[in-house]
Write a protein that binds this ligand. Structure first.
Ligand code: ADP
Length: 570
């Protein structure tokens, strides 16, 4: 690079020139390098952005694949459960009849397979629930010692059969009543214990429960299940907690199982902020342990009734069975006949209320999902409108997805999960009937009068205010509701049937504003919002049919009431 300049005297006359020459090869070189680097950086960042976009798309695809998998598993599990319940139920019924030894063996094999299939289905549903973040834990007062004892009873036959020894070590210092979720705790210990029994052929199984520490508010308790079984190789200790993983390929062939039990245990504990530990030596045995914190409480615990044996004294019990599925009706009738109880069976809640008008019953067995009027609505009506305290036992298809709290809220006294355990059903019926004062004829007649009143779904107070009681306007609004609602109900039902979630959500969305205008109960609005949420996120799809049915029934009833109202206005 050359720089040149002239220099002058004070009069401006040019005296000379100065030239400076510099070699700028290096500068040019680094400029070029800089330019090259910049271009490269820009290209790299464009590539990175594209890669990011692709990654995001891939993630979305992966996420929807996971969702689709969860949905498929949970739908299928539900579909499989219903016929399985009937298979197991009828097998149990047949096992009570006169059979040859061979027939008994075959039926026992069917029952055993059915039982394991139900366990597997429940496991899959549980995992789907955990993965979608919908697993919740209760905080109820319970007695840990008796909860553990009754669980250990379950294993006695199997342990005796294998000639093993069961040792229970229970720390007496543990507070009697704790706050927690006994069902989930049992589920965890049950899984560990059934593995211990399954993988041990000689020796002993020890369940030890001891108090680690305690303060005014809470107690920290360690649970451990130790066995003298086949043990687990060191390299497999991590993977056995993964879904569908077993320690070796031989495990299924030799011991059965699916590799889901420990995955569920791990997740159930992690969700409660703790973890499972394992120590194991091949051919020596294994110890699975975990600690959990429980709040202490002074609350009393309802005592769990012992299972009562069949008793000839209590045979004149009259049961009303409310159940819509023919198979289940037949099964319950067979069980009740077997107990020597009398029963009437109706298809839905509405028919149940009709029956209660003219007959007297000691107890009601109530299915939850039914057309016309479901189990929750029927029980609420029996409690709130009829003011009857007749015991109601819910028959639930599955305790993991049905909200037990909701059953209690509706006024049900207890629940029995399908497949129905006959001894448990018998025991619950007898306990509830014995503990409830019989209905006198007078009170029953009083109650019957109440039933003849219809359940009113609408309350037009708001519409009156809105229209300033202008009958023309009111008529128009009611007519509009009557015109738009039936098609919306059909869209809602069809889109659920076709699994068109967007259309389901939008149909329900369109229904919501009219609920408050026609003065329908706030519950329906809440149900509609829930359907929308579940449809939008495609979670808890198994709960949607019941809610759709609820809305359908409520809207149909509302339409009928509005037709009458319209006549009056006209
Ligand atoms: P499953 O028992 O259905 O196979 P799990 O998830 O409960 O599934 O257990 C996973 C695997 O861990 C088992 O297949 C087995 O290989 C190993 N395992 C679990 N518990 C024990 C035990 N107590 N002793 C030996 N192996 C065990």
């Amino acid at each position: 690079m050359f720089n040149g300049s002239i220099y002058k005297d004070e009069y401006g006359k040019v005296l000379g020139a100065v030239f400076v020459a510099r070699d700028i090869t290096e500068i040019k070189k680094s400029e070029q390098q800089l330019f090259y680097a910049k271009t490269m950086a820009e290209t790299a960042s464009t590539i990175a952005e594209e890669a990011k976009k692709l990654a995001e798309e891939a993630q979305q695809i992966a996420e929807s694949a996971v969702k689709a998998k969860q949905q498929f598993l949970s739908n299928m599990s539900h579909e499989i459960r219903t016929p399985m319940n009937a298979i197991i139920g009828f097998t149990k019924v047949m096992l009570k009849t006169d059979l040859t030894a061979k027939q008994r063996d075959y039926l026992n094999a069917i029952k055993l397979s059915g039982d394991s299939l139900i366990v597997l289905i429940n496991d899959i549903l549980d995992l789907a629930k955990v993965e979608s973040g919908k697993m919740t834990f209760e905080q109820i007062p319970f007695k840990l010692a008796s909860s553990i004892s009754s669980m250990l009873h379950l294993f006695e036959p199997k342990i005796q059969e294998k000639n093993l020894k069961l040792i229970k070590k229970y720390d007496d210092k543990i507070p009697e009543v704790l706050l927690g979720d006994p069902v989930r705790l049992n589920q965890i210990i049950l899984n560990l214990l059934s593995n211990a029994v399954k993988f041990t052929t000689t020796g002993k199984i020890m369940v030890s429960i001891h108090l680690v520490s305690e303060d005014d508010k809470k107690a920290t308790i360690e649970f451990a299940v130790t066995d003298t079984g086949i043990g687990i190789k060191k390299e497999n200790l991590e993977t056995i907690f993964d879904n569908f993983q077993q320690a070796s390929n031989e495990t299924t062939r030799l011991y059965g199982g699916t590799g889901l039990g420990l995955a569920i245990v791990k997740q159930l504990l992690e969700l409660q902020g703790t973890h499972i530990s394992v120590k194991s030596k091949v051919n020596k045995g294994s110890t699975f342990s975990f600690t959990l914190n429980f709040f202490k409480t002074n609350a009393m615990v309802e005592s769990i009734p012992e299972i009562i044996q069949l008793d000839s004294e209590v045979q004149d019990i009259k049961v009303l069975v409310v159940e819509d599925m023919a198979l289940n009706q037949l099964l319950v009738r067979t069980l009740l006949d077997d107990f020597g109880f009398k029963c009437d069976i109706v298809d839905n809640g509405k028919l149940a209320l009709d029956k209660l008008k003219t007959h007297q019953y000691d107890i009601i067995l109530m299915d939850l999902q039914m057309p016309e009027m479901n189990g929750f609505e029927t029980t609420e009506y029996i409690r709130n409108t009829m003011k009857s305290s007749i015991p109601v036992i819910a028959l639930t298809a599955d305790v993991t997805t049905v909200d037990i709290g909701k059953c209690k809220e509706a006024g049900m006294n207890d629940y029995v999960a399908k497949p129905i355990d006959d001894k448990l059903l018998y025991s619950k019926i007898v306990t509830l009937v014995k503990n409830t004062a019989p209905n006198t004829v007078e009170t029953l007649i009083e109650k019957i009068d109440v039933i003849t009143e219809k359940i009113q779904h609408i309350n037009l107070e708001y519409l009156h205010t809105l229209t300033k009681s202008n009958s023309k306007l009111m008529k128009e609004m009611i007519e509009l509701y009557l015109k738009q609602t039936p098609p919306l109900i059909s869209i809602m039902k069809n889109s659920f049937h076709d699994q068109d979630w967007q259309s389901l959500s939008s149909a329900v969305h369109k229904m919501i504003p009219s609920f408050s205008i026609m003065g329908m109960k706030k519950d329906f609005e809440a149900t509609a919002h829930k359907i929308q949420e579940f449809a939008n996120t495609q979670t808890f799809i198994e709960d949607i049919p019941e809610m759709v049915l609820q809305l359908e029934t409520a809207c149909e009833q509302t339409c009928a009431e509005l037709e009458e109202e319209l006549e009056k206005i006209k």
